[in-house]
Design a protein around this ligand. Structure first.
Ligand SMILES: Nc1ncnc2c1ncn2[C@@H]1O[C@H](COP(=O)(O)OP(=O)(O)OP(=O)(O)O)[C@@H](O)[C@H]1O
Ligand SMILES: CC(C)(CO)[C@@H](O)C(=O)[O-]
Ligand code: BAL
Length: 293
């Protein structure tokens, strides 16, 4: 969706390394924003994005590879029947992936994945990529899109060719890079790593054999501690959710499940946190990441 940062560029680099041709899309998709969300204020920095993309290159043998094209559709190209953010008055064709989108992000943003699956279907039809690259930061989205390609028998890309690239983080405090980080005030930015720190605590608890409920309690304790500091600085911090789920079915784990009971299927601990008016998301995959990406 543009406002590029190093996380996006890591996807570009991976594609350049693995493919002869790389096409990028930049499109702020109205259908995935609920009417009360930040469609109008979403950061748009196209001239800078194009400069950054032009500078990306990867050398493979003798060849220097650079992005071949940037697809910049207009809203009317992507939604010929028009698009309203109010789904009750929408017209046209929409794509829904059942079972993978109602939990976690989908519980908080009920129309989000319908908008994402719809626009990504259109982007895939327009570009017909052999491989597609999405970020781990939006892990539920990436797994749902893989499922979309499988269920709809997409030839471009085939489901195994939907790749997930690990989350790029600020090296100083592990905050996941995100276009929405620009919304954070300096004080909010200092508090924002609370989410990844909470997820890291849940991960340690899980690896120590504690039950899902105990892991989540550990994470909540981290958030509560930072919330006290936030309050002192006049920052409103509110946890949306922290949850653990099976990475294959995306089902939420039972409260009593633990490391021993689950076996070697990777488990995802993910969360969303409001820091002031900014909603941040993050996740950790516990277990063999290579089984997912
Ligand atoms: N920190 C990151 N590391 C790796 N990939 C990322 C990162 N942030 C975003 N991406 C990926 O880049 C692609 C484009 O994402 P998008 O344009 O929505 O950026 P974003 O920074 O996630 O924005 P937002 O803050 O709105 O969620 C998605 O596949 C997303 O998962
Ligand atoms: C997948 C996506 C491009 C759909 O607009 C968007 O949700 C994103 O950038 O993560
Ligand atoms: N990367 C997710 C896009 C969104 O939050 O709308």
């Amino acid at each position: 969706m543009g406002a590029l940062h190093d996380g996006h560029l890591s996807l570009v680099q991976k594609s350049l390394a693995e493919n002869d041709l790389t096409v990028l899309s930049i499109f702020v998709n109205p259908a995935q924003f609920a009417p009360h969300e930040d469609l109008t204020t979403y950061p748009r920095t196209l001239p800078r994005d194009l400069e950054l993309l032009t500078a990306q290159q990867v050398t493979v043998g003798e060849a220097v590879r650079k992005a071949s094209a940037v697809f910049l559709p207009q809203v009317q190209d992507m939604y010929p029947s028009g698009i309203s953010q109010d789904i009750s008055v929408q017209k046209g064709t929409f794509v829904e992936v059942k079972g993978y989108g109602h939990q976690m992000e989908g519980a908080s943003r009920p129309t989000f994945f319908r908008g994402v699956a719809t626009v990504v279907t259109k982007l895939f039809n327009a570009v017909q990529p052999t491989n597609a690259y999405f970020g781990q930061k939006d892990i539920q989205q990436a797994l749902l899109l893989r499922r979309l390609c499988k269920d709809l028998l997409f030839p471009h890309p085939e489901p195994d060719h939907v790749h997930i690239v690990p989350t790029s983080r600020d090296p100083t405090d592990d905050l996941a890079l995100s276009s929405r980080n620009v919304y954070l005030s300096p004080q909010e930015r200092k508090l924002a790593p609370a989410l990844i720190n909470a997820l890291q605590d849940a991960e340690s608890a899980w690896l120590n054999g504690q039950s899902k409920d105990q892991c989540i309690l550990r994470a909540l304790a981290v958030i509560d501690e930072v919330k006290k500091q936030a309050f002192v600085h006049g920052v409103d911090m509110r946890l949306d959710y922290i949850e653990m789920n099976d990475s294959e079915t995306f089902d939420v784990l039972d409260a009593s499940s633990n490391n021993q009971l689950i076996g070697d299927i990777p488990v995802i601990v993910s969360g969303a946190l409001w820091v002031g008016k900014t909603r941040l998301i993050d996740n950790i995959v516990i277990g063999d990441l290579s089984r997912i990406i």
